[in-house]
Design a protein around this ligand. Sequence first.
Ligand code: TXA
Ligand code: MG
Length: 330
Amino acid sequence: MATGVEKKAETIMATGNSPATVEKAGIMLRAGALVSFPTETVYGLGADATNGQAVARIFEAKKRPSFNPLIVHVADEDAARRIAVFDSRADIVAATLWPGPLTLILPIAPGAGLSDLVTAGLHTVAVRVPDHDLAQAILRAAAIPVAAPSANPSGRVSPTTPMHVASGLGDAVDLIVAGGRTQVGIESTILDLSGPKARLLRPGAVLPGEIESLIGPIETASSDDANADRPIAPGQLRSHYAPNAPVRLNARAVHDGEILITFGPDLRQGPNVINLSESGDLIEAAASLFAALLAADRPGIAGIAVAPIPDDGIGVAINDRLRRAAAPRP
Ligand code: TXA
Ligand code: MG
């Protein structure tokens, strides 16, 4: 671990759901501290969503453009209903798919008490109930809505291990609750139910078909139709999830000095080859994706070549993240 980390941030190994760790995380969140904790998707950087100063520190730590609203995490649907207004579509989606890797955009409930910084002044809020024991325990201990973007510097690769959090944000975090490697590995699906048409704002592990079987057809927002009255989700920014090295997609061959990220049975092996899933399992590949990008991103390399990934199931979300990792940088 980077030595700078020990200065301010304190990494607690919370394997086995240590009650003392959970209690400490809850107390710190209520006191306005920044606490990183695991969810089933990626590690979040949490702060009290009702405390503007605490939320401001998230933007500062991530160096995130403050026009981006944040996802609010709560332990269960009852807590979600205290901050967001549910319609019949939200009722059925939440009842079926929560807790889980799905974020709903809903109108803010009257008296929700959320900081304007969390919602970027919008009349809607992004709300999510994570399916992770440690996240659940911390949210229950804190007993407040917790704003938590992914715990990485803005525009960079999202963290799937506590070490990623420590090396990316270091002592900008007050506490990192370590809970091992995250299972899903890419951020939650974002579904906008605030208007008459349901819209998929970010692909993730909850697939459009699962949602459509509950509420009928949903639209897919493309990165181009982020118009003025809609916030641009980082998931919709063209360059995001970017390593330092350039990323080349759909690579069949490896160029001199490149690291290869491949998928499925592949005879190429060695220190410069990372396989997302030798058995060709897309779910395993999603779980390994961000760790692979971070591991490939070594100083002095010519670039990162990524073999083609099938564009079905969670492969759609993998390719979405890869396209943004490869996009021209601002
Ligand atoms: O899996 C996840 O969702 C992770 C873990 C930590 O839970 N969190 C995460 O949060 O990815 P973040 O803040 O990195 O992404 C939040 C996304 C952004 O793309 C943001 O623009 C969008 O949600 N968002 C938040 N509020 C919104 C709103 N009211 N309308 C539209 N998009 C919104
Ligand atoms: Mg993020």
